[in-house]
Ligand binder design. Sequence first.
Ligand SMILES: [Zn+2]
Length: 370
Amino acid sequence: MSLSPAVLRSLPTVALHDHLDGGLRPATVLELSREQGLTPPGSSAEEVARWFHDAADSGSLPAYLETFERTVALLQTAPALRRVAREFVEDMVADGVVCAETRWAPHQHTAGGLTLDQAVQAVQDGLDEGVAAAREAGAPIVVGQLLCHLRHLEPTDDLVEIALARRGTGVVGLDLAGPEAGFPAERFRAQFERARAEGLHVTIHAGEADGPSSIASALDCGAERIGHGVRLLEDVRGQELGPVAARVLREQACLEVCPSSNLQTGAAAGATSTGTDAEHSPSAALLAGHPVLRLQELGLPLAISSDNRLMSRTSTSRELALAAEAGGWTLEEVEAVVLTGLAASFIPEAERTALRDEVVLPAFRAARGA
Ligand SMILES: [Zn+2]
């Protein structure tokens, strides 16, 4: 028996892979554009929402990249970064997320004169405000930020320095994003090795625009989780895991799978559109044949996230519901995915354990009894 959408919506979720510059509210795009004298890509929130989704869904790389140029251009001041970070927390809470990590690339946010550290502080201020308001309202949520290196830029030590200086105050780890093919993770190996040696966490986007060798390279550089990783299936024959897939299983390197995003970028084959139905109601047909279903069947460690909520017009709970419906997952299988994500989170262990015992497990127990 498949799970009802109402039950799925009531369950707590974990968002490990959510880009700050990919999750702006359409109304915020409109307001920030007007404040900053930029022309928004639409005159209403609905028009803006549709423009971002359609551009990201068009199959054109320039159109896809333009969506991020637009959001990044709006995030060059401390007040704008702070606002969007606060709204990130509010939107996570509204979506039922109890453990959320937001990621972004500080080097892209200095055009307005902010230093890297000032930009990171602005995001932290917004996250702290959001968390304080959520706690006051009785909503359980823990939040961390991940600082992204960009593959096509020259490796620098500044983000490691900032993350180390801010350890314990909100920065929980580092990521590597940007064009995967042609820019191997090894270029940043020294930075990630240092980060790991100093006790910071590392996740790396891999197995999205490139194959299993890129995932192996990310693991070699110290990645504890893999952003997307769906092309790991190229290292699986029938039930037999190849060396990289076996290593992912052995090391329990959680794959941060973002189903709709994978369809938009072509990392995964599936339905041609990610859906723009008015209700954004989950439709299993959208994910027919998506690698996430096979990865789950094979018992590989994975969590479900949304990547870029604005560009994919989605949310974490919607992505989880889409996958659960497409795969016919049981409540126990959904629980396993949520618990895998929580265990793989870079949030301090004491906070993760408290969330698991006091929020997540009781919620699933209640759902089983319903
Ligand atoms: Zn991503």
